[in-house]
Write a protein that binds this ligand. Sequence first.
Ligand SMILES: NC(=O)c1ccc[n+]([C@@H]2O[C@H](COP(=O)([O-])OP(=O)(O)OC[C@H]3O[C@@H](n4cnc5c(N)ncnc54)[C@H](O)[C@@H]3O)[C@@H](O)[C@H]2O)c1
Length: 359
Amino acid sequence: MIVLHGTENIIYCSGSLNAAEEYFSLFKKTETQVFILTDQNVYRDCYDKLIKECPSLSDVHVIILEAGEKNKDFKSVSLIIESLQRYGADRTAVLINFGGGMICDTGGFAASVYKRGIRFVNIPTTLLAMVDAAIGGKTGINFGDVKNVIGTFTHPEKIIIDIRFLETLPGRQLRSGVAEMIKHALLLGGNEWNVIKELLHSGRKINENDIRTSADFKNAVVSEDFHEQNKRYILNFGHTIGHAFESFSIKNDPIPLLHGEAIAAGMVAEIFLSSKIFSFPEEKAREITEQIADYFHDIKLSAGDNDLSEFLVSDKKNKNQRIGFSLLSDIGNPKKIFFPEKDDIISAIRFSLNIFSRR
Ligand SMILES: NC(=O)c1ccc[n+]([C@@H]2O[C@H](COP(=O)([O-])OP(=O)(O)OC[C@H]3O[C@@H](n4cnc5c(N)ncnc54)[C@H](O)[C@@H]3O)[C@@H](O)[C@H]2O)c1
């Protein structure tokens, strides 16, 4: 069981953005230049809500990117930097990343390198970004076919979470965020897995409490190990194979997997690996696999058994060409491992491929 620490850098907005407005009004008082970065969809569906409750932001420059993972790239970073330069942003400027993980990661990266770093704030508008991407200060973009290969560790100054932004989020995107909540519950242990199981089964709406538990957990892990020297590594559970599924899909599928969908398939593979290597209890492994497979029943993986190796060998977590994993010996008991046994990895990939029928 992991003990949670303070979460003072997150403002949870329960039904009103008043606390956020109070914070933004300080920028106005200090004549700080403020920029909002967003994507087309978030601009269309959420911008008016933000401005209505945060009038301090009504006259700031807005930079709008095309939506989608394929825009998490250098071109978008150039666009952001060009806009910051055009409007004369100095080193005291603040960039507000208003959107999902794509916007938080790309905007965070641009802010962290512009003039050697300006402040940024994340206002996540997807579930995935609320419980994960907006928190923890990993910024970055994709390069070539590899995800997040360029980036920095830079904390946002504040993270402002308002569940009401999820009202316009498409259902498939919402479900993608649930994958990271499942991951946090499996890492956290205690009663959290039961709470998530109930959420998956009942089809009830995600509430603020669900988001808080998951976001606070991520924040607590990161506050103990910002640069991923040790404990933060656990957050990679499901992500070694998951990122490989995602990268393969982005490269090959006409409608690529969403991040959370790939992580769901990655968790199924890595639970299998956890049973094999760390004797993760079989009964629980079966239950978790069934729950994830049911909830993500329409995911289809198009990769073959041997298609993922090029992505696995370029994973950032590798050490001396040995592929790194964060696995579990039980719910709430993460274990780190680097190992070269290709056969074990292929068996785990095959297991997940069998669960999520091929396209
Ligand atoms: N930095 C980290 O620690 C971290 C952690 C997990 C994931 N990530 C990254 O996050 C990214 C995925 O983030 P995501 O799932 O939020 O995807 P995303 O940012 O691409 O958003 C998904 C889609 O939803 C739309 N959208 C967002 N909010 C909306 C709203 N409220 N209403 C209507 N439409 C809305 C967006 O325009 C987009 O089309 C990946 O690049 C992943 O690598 C980063």
